[in-house]
Design a protein around this ligand. Structure first.
Ligand code: PLP
Length: 372
């Protein structure tokens, strides 16, 4: 592809981040969460980099995401993090994925699809209230798993709701409920080979959440789960950057207005550059109104006018100003470094009132992912 807008992903950064996390979480291992196309970074490249950095396994959200990794030759264990539609069970089995179950329905679907000792992790809802088995039914479900020839209990886990809030006691409460379940399982004779609870924030902040492995997503991409965890993440390297080349340059006169709605009015004669990417690529339409910027010629320059589906406009300063000259083909950076300047995913998140996860997951598949 030769499009003048693309994402670059540094596999070296992901490897480094996994090594950092492994050092923090040791003796717990790291399983890398590469769902949603590796949080927008590219699932296969992210998985390979994470495994090269020492990750012992991978987590995905969907069976089809696991299949994509298997088709690319990934042989590491792959856990699908929640129960999936029964019609995907046969594929999960044949792809050698590990399934999550939290009830009779999930077990029955794997049995109906011909499972033979198919590995499953039992997910316990300790307070996130999204999906998972009620703690009081954990032993009964584990009994069901162990008495079925279709499946075998390969792990037990839970998910934390407020791990990125360092002072919030609810994480300890969730872990207390989780331990109660683990004790009850043990008393009933169940010995799951692995137990896990931590996401990235908990891996960083909550030693008691680390268990056999941590399920690290956002941190392996070099991003902090939240501003409250930013200082713990300072040794991580952001893996993703967003680039474009100037597709068109023009002069506008003082008083002219541009883009849909003609909301932006120029106060002086100005050079305007057009970059060939827009909201269909994941650059939000409202960026102009919240102060979005791009780096061009090593200088921060404001996005002006509404971001359109495929193109956005950049104020490159007074017409004719020498050091601000800009030409078709010039390299612009929307996320990442240029010269001494940097625009981060956290900058976007803060300006747009979203979380960094949404920024990177929102970069559409229309943007080619290239190795950095
Ligand atoms: C069940 C589960 N575990 C782990 C993760 C990874 O979380 P994070 O990206 O915050 O590390 C997620 C992500 O949403 C998840 O849903």
């Amino acid at each position: 592809m030769n499009r003048w807008a693309w994402v670059e992903v540094s596999e070296a950064a992901i490897e480094h981040n996994v090594r950092q996390l492994a050092a923090i979480a040791a003796p717990s291992r790291v399983w890398a969460v590469v769902k949603a196309n590796g949080y927008g970074h590219g699932a296969v490249a992210s998985a390979r980099a994470a495994l090269a950095g020492g990750a012992q396994g991978l987590c995905v959200a969907l069976v089809q995401e696991g299949v994509e990794l298997r088709d690319a030759g990934v042989t590491a264990p792959i856990l699908v993090l929640s129960e999936q539609p029964p019609e995907t069970a046969a594929t999960a089995i044949s792809a050698g994925l590990t399934s999550t179950v939290y009830g009779a329905g999930g077990i029955a679907a794997l049995a109906a699809a011909g499972g033979r000792l198919h590995p499953v992790h039992l997910k316990i809802d300790t307070g996130m209230r999204r999906v998972g088995a009620d703690p009081v039914s954990a032993v009964a479900i584990a009994d069901m798993i162990e008495s079925s020839p279709a499946v075998t209990l390969a792990g037990v886990f839970t998910h934390l709701a407020v791990a990125d809030e360092p002072g919030n006691d609810f994480t300890s409460e969730q872990l207390r409920r989780f331990d109660e379940v683990l004790n009850a399982l043990s008393a009933a004779g169940h010995r799951p080979p692995v137990v896990h609870a931590a996401n990235s924030a908990a891996a960083m902040l909550q030693p008691n959440a680390r268990r056999d492995f941590v399920r690290a997503g956002i941190a392996i991409y070099g991003l902090a789960p939240a501003p409250s965890v930013a200082s713990e993440c300072r040794e991580l390297h952001p893996a993703l950057s967003l680039h474009a080349r100037v597709a068109f340059v023009k002069q506008v006169r003082a008083g002219e207005r541009i883009s849909y709605g003609l909301h932006h009015r120029f106060e002086r004669d100005t050079t305007v550059a057009t970059l060939p990417l827009g909201y269909a690529d994941g650059v939000p339409r409202k960026f102009q109104s919240v102060g979005g910027e791009v780096l061009l010629g090593g200088i921060r320059r404001p996005i002006v006018g509404i971001v359109t589906m495929d193109q956005l406009l950049v104020d490159c300063g007074p017409a004719g100003g020498d050091e601000r000259q800009v030409a078709v083909g010039d390299h612009a950076v929307l996320i990442g470094r240029q010269g001494d300047e940097e625009i981060t995913v956290a900058d976007w998140a803060q300006q747009l009132g979203v979380i960094g996860y949404e920024v990177v997951c929102g970069l559409s598949s229309r943007l080619e992912r290239r190795p950095a």
